[in-house]
Design a protein around this ligand. Structure first.
Ligand code: HEC
Length: 137
């Protein structure tokens, strides 16, 4: 009985709920990215201990890998600031997410080598605006 009820709930849940969920998920990913960048910013300015830099760099690289998969069609719900260009020009959007993955990987490698990471970090900072200018309201 219980499983039948669950199946019924599943079948009657409107698709819109998934779109809303996808949008919320995307927000969560973006907020995490912002959080990591803000934490790294404090480290880069030598305001806090640097012992967790590698963990943050790995997190950035992991989050960048998730990013391309959180823009499902239909998740352009009312509150979303994603521009239609994401779906209308998928090749260009792929270029932007690929670029982001590359830059987070370069930053991660620089951190792993334990050399000067400021250049690769700056590139990463610039990449936010570069994608937002094209694909975010
Ligand atoms: C490949 C494209 C892309 C890159 C790179 C990117 N963003 Fe975004 N970001 C977006 C899009 C698109 C949205 C709008 C999401 C929505 O509202 O549907 C967004 C939204 C956001 C938001 C708002 C989330 C919310 O709560 O609504 C924050 C914060 C954010 N990005 C931070 C960053 C930071 C920091 C970086 C750089 C380290 C970054 N983003 C890199 C595409 C990108």
């Amino acid at each position: 009985m219980r499983s039948i009820l669950l199946v019924m709930i599943f079948l009657t849940t409107p698709a819109v709920a998934d779109d809303q969920g996808q949008y919320k998920y995307r927000e969560g990913i973006m907020q995490s990215i912002r959080g990591q960048m803000s934490a790294l910013g404090e480290i880069m300015r030598n305001k806090v201990q640097a012992e967790n830099t590698l963990t943050h760099a790995r997190a950035m690289s992991d989050l960048a890998a998730i990013l391309p998969g959180v823009f499902s069609k239909g998740s352009d719900v009312a509150k979303s600031e994603t521009l239609p260009a994401v779906w209308e020009e998928p090749e260009k959007f792929k270029e932007a997410t690929d670029e982001f993955i590359t830059l987070t990987t370069e930053f991660l490698h620089a951190v792993e080598k334990d050399g000067d990471v400021s250049g690769t970090f700056r590139n990463l900072q610039k990449s936010c605006k570069s994608c937002h200018d094209k694909f975010r309201e």
